[in-house]
Design a protein around this ligand. Structure first.
Ligand code: SF4
Ligand code: SF4
Length: 352
């Protein structure tokens, strides 16, 4: 039997608590706008040409937050301002924070931005209000142009992009910023991508495989051999940089590392349990990953997600299926599973 299988079998024999308990942090995503200055090739949520780009109103934001507080039965909440590009409706973000500043001090905030129009006014505001900033960035300007082109088509606008990102990290502090990269066949060389993001100054990085529909050319399933090599080398690189204090977290590697070494509990999909997402009209969805999808489709996916993955050797580390993955990949999450297993195998081989 392989070392990884033996290790996982032993782990599965131990009683493990999962993290889905009543005390887990409750979070909502508020889609404050559908407007965006980029037209990412994998974005199927809002950038369809036939969608009227709308902003969320303050009334809708307030109703959504009140609904979440009531449903969760708590006054502790984390709000992630999402979009589109949320800075296209910065006024609403300020209104929400100002309104809740005095009536609920237990709300914390983050914003998920592409950082293209971020400026010192935004950053002063985010710093002052203890925001956490997630930057959507898939790689160098060449990759960005290919994968996240400007909606205007005016690609020269990328010339200041790296400067913007460095400025953002300097002003916010690296511990308050995460780079989130969507991995497709265009930016599959993960170890080079990691070097690039480190060199920009990021110390928190998150790699997520693309799950959007109707883009066969981006499909990672055809590149699993390349990915395996890249993941092995990424794990080695992560440990070297971690020891030298150059990286704080690299997900999913750091998450799986903490679970494998007993520092953290396994994460399960929290969609509709500890998190909701509200679209610009205030319609509630279980997660930002499934916004806009028909209710029947989501409900069917919830049933699939809730079926246990106990048959899988990796279930006590991986945590099981992601609702978004099930919806977007028409229930076939083989690629998602293969990638998760590669990360876990590489970590076990490196650690033990
Ligand atoms: S649907 Fe996916 S992204 Fe959303 S909570 Fe579940 S695992 Fe996380
Ligand atoms: S690898 Fe796939 S089958 Fe295994 S636990 Fe994760 S989601 Fe479930």
């Amino acid at each position: 039997m392989k070392k990884t299988d033996l290790f996982l079998q032993e782990l599965n024999n131990k009683p493990l608590a999962n993290s889905l308990n009543g005390s887990a942090r409750k979070r909502i995503w508020l889609n404050v706008t559908e407007k965006c200055n980029q037209a990412c090739i994998y974005c199927s949520a809002f950038c369809d040409k036939n969608i009227n780009m709308k902003d969320m109103s303050f009334l809708v934001a307030k109703k959504s937050i009140e609904n979440a507080l009531k449903e969760f039965g708590t006054n502790q909440l984390h709000i992630c301002f999402f979009g589109g590009e949320p800075l296209c409706n910065f006024d609403l973000i300020k209104k929400v924070v100002k309104y809740y500043r005095y009536i609920n001090k237990n709300i914390t905030y983050s914003v998920s931005t592409n950082a293209l129009i971020i400026n010192s006014t935004h950053l002063k505001y985010f710093k002052k209000n203890n925001f956490f900033v997630q930057v959507s960035i898939d790689g160098s300007p060449d990759i960005q142009k290919k994968q996240r082109p400007y909606i205007s088509g005016y690609e020269k606008e990328f010339s200041n992009y790296e400067k913007n990102v460095k400025f953002l990290i300097k002003k916010m502090g690296a511990e308050n910023v995460v780079a989130r990269a969507t991995i497709t066949s265009n930016n599959i060389y993960l170890s080079g991508l990691f070097d690039y993001l480190l060199q920009l100054g990021f110390k928190k990085i998150h790699f997520d495989p693309n799950i959007s529909r109707g883009h066969d050319e981006l499909d990672l399933g055809r590149y699993l051999g390349v990915l395996k090599k890249e993941i092995n080398s990424l794990v080695n690189k992560y440990y070297i940089n971690y020891k030298n204090n150059k990286i704080i977290s690299l997900k999913p590697i750091s998450t799986y590392h903490d679970i494998l070494t007993g520092k953290a509990q396994v994460n399960k999909c929290e969609a509709g349990i500890n998190r909701f997402c509200y679209d610009v009209n205030g319609k509630k969805f279980p997660c930002h990953m499934v916004v806009g999808l028909p209710g029947a489709e989501i409900n069917e996916a919830v049933k699939i997600r809730n079926k246990s993955c106990d048959h899988c050797l990796y279930h006590n580390v991986c945590g099981g299926k992601c609702l978004g993955e099930i919806c977007y990949n028409k229930k076939d999450i083989k690629v998602h599973c293969a990638i998760n297993q590669m990360y876990i195998n590489a970590l076990i081989n490196n650690l033990f």
